[in-house]
Design a protein around this ligand. Structure first.
Ligand code: 4AD
Ligand code: MG
Length: 430
């Protein structure tokens, strides 16, 4: 029976054949242990010299790392293995030999691994991170479908800038100037006026010269947008959504979380509602903690975010930032012109901001005023202004950065391991 590692549990006591690669091996005069992988999972195969033909045992001993094979064997339950099964190998057929595989079981430096990202992805750790990423994406679609959202795809090639003009990737669009999307938000606002509750999931681009463990040049964002949702409604969607993906990852990625050595108790605690702190109170808090240099009107850096997050075991919303710190489209607080109805969601354990969101300005005149304050060309935003002209309504939305969320749930230090082929400052290869 031809099957996969993920499915072997259905065939205990039976002989199966699996297409696999040799991840690692250990052998003595009498027995060989082959660590096998097939993409669906990892399993140990055992070849006992006394139980197979001589030729099979010699093959098992000489087979090199990442050689592709068809391997046959009897599926056995094995309580010692985290996976729960083992293969008593009866036959090995080599498909294609692998000579001098560069990534050996010894330690390699990060730059070396990044140069070999196309192969590094095969490792057990990277496999686990990609499976967790996939589960977050899967449960995202599940959550928003259950909640009655419609998936809408905003364009990647755009003529306008939602998040400020300094970080745009410029390109030519025939004779016109165009930019790679830094956020689909403005288009999602149009979609919300057509479909009520919408979400997008796609790549976004920031030509940011940041070289931190939280920044990618190309990253993927989930951007929900809801008509008739105000500030408070928006936060509730966010805390329910984040709780949902955590629950899904805990349920469906146990093996992967264990492979990564993730402390599950930290994730199991997380449940809506999430704590909130205003920007004003966050500044006071930081002063109490000895961050004397920060003053009202300054943006928070990673150390500030981490200090705030450390006083909670949950993700925390920082709300009501100064208007001057945030993009042009955010709705001001009705009682205070100098702050906006926004929130950033800060993940625990130092993972930083995973969500940025706000209520949007729905008054045409105020929006025009903001465009001019931000020195943005009104003509390029004419279509966006029209949304405020024809039946404008309060509406809100947010963007969740996928890679930072994967990093947090997986417990990996740097976002470069959370996307198959990271685009970083000074790295466009492989
Ligand atoms: O806070 P940001 O810039 O918000 C927006 O783009 C809004 N237009 C979203 C919306 O309301 N629809 O980005 C949202 C999130 C951040 O919280 C962070 O998680 C992630 O996107 N992000 C990045 N992730 C990796 N690398 C970068 N350079 C990132 N910049 C933002
Ligand atoms: Mg932000």
């Amino acid at each position: 029976m031809k099957t996969t590692i993920a499915e072997v549990g259905k065939f205990v006591g039976q002989e199966v054949t699996i297409g696999a690669w040799l991840a690692n091996k250990r052998s003595s005069g009498k027995i060989a242990f082959l660590q096998l992988r097939d993409g669906t999972g990892f399993i140990q195969g055992v070849v006992v010299k006394a139980e197979v033909e001589e030729e099979i045992f010699l093959k098992a001993k000489s087979i090199t790392q990442e050689t592709s094979i068809y391997v046959s064997g009897i599926v056995k339950e094995d309580e010692r293995s985290p996976f729960g099964y083992e293969l008593g190998i009866t036959n090995i057929r080599v498909i294609s030999e692998s000579v001098d595989y560069p990534i050996t079981p010894k330690e390699h430096g990060t730059e070396f691994l990044m140069d070999h990202r196309h192969l590094w992805l095969r490792s057990k750790r990277q496999h686990a991170v990609m499976k967790i990423r996939n589960e977050i994406i899967r449960s995202t679609y599940e959550f928003f479908n259950k909640e009655g959202f419609v998936k809408v795809d905003p364009p990647i090639l755009t003529g306008s800038a939602p998040e400020g003009t300094s970080e745009l990737f410029h390109t030519k669009y025939f004779d016109e100037d165009a930019y790679l999307s830094q956020s689909g938000q403005l288009y999602m606002e149009a979609a919300a006026m057509a479909l009520g509750k919408v979400f997008s999931f796609g790549p976004t681009f920031r030509a940011e010269k940041s070289k931190t463990r939280r920044h990618l040049i190309e990253f993927w964002m989930i951007e929900p947008e809801m008509a008739f949702y105000e500030f408070e409604d928006n936060l509730q969607v966010q805390e329910n959504y984040v709780s949902y993906i955590i629950k899904s990852v805990l349920e469906n990625c146990k093996l992967e979380l264990n492979t990564l050595g993730r402390d599950l108790s930290k994730l199991e605690k997380i449940q809506a509602p999430f704590p909130r702190i205003t920007y004003d109170d966050a500044i006071k808090f930081l002063h109490e903690k000895g961050f004397d240099e920060i003053k009202w009107g300054d943006d928070f850096g990673a150390p500030h975010e981490t200090a705030i997050a450390e006083s909670y075991e949950m993700p925390v919303f920082i709300t009501h930032y100064p208007t001057s710190l945030k993009p042009f489209y955010m709705q001001p607080d009705a009682n205070r012109e100098d702050v906006v109805l926004c929130a950033d969601l800060i993940a625990p354990e130092g993972y930083g901001e995973i969500i940025g969101g706000s209520e949007r300005i729905h008054d045409a005149e105020l929006l025009k005023q903001r465009l001019s304050e931000h020195e943005l060309d009104e003509a390029a935003y004419d279509w966006y202004l029209q949304l405020r002209k024809f039946g404008s309504v309060p509406h809100s939305g947010f963007g969740l950065g996928l890679e930072r969320t994967v990093a947090w749930l997986s417990g990996v230090e740097h976002v470069r391991e959370t996307i198959p082929f990271p685009r970083l400052l000074n790295r466009l290869y492989p």
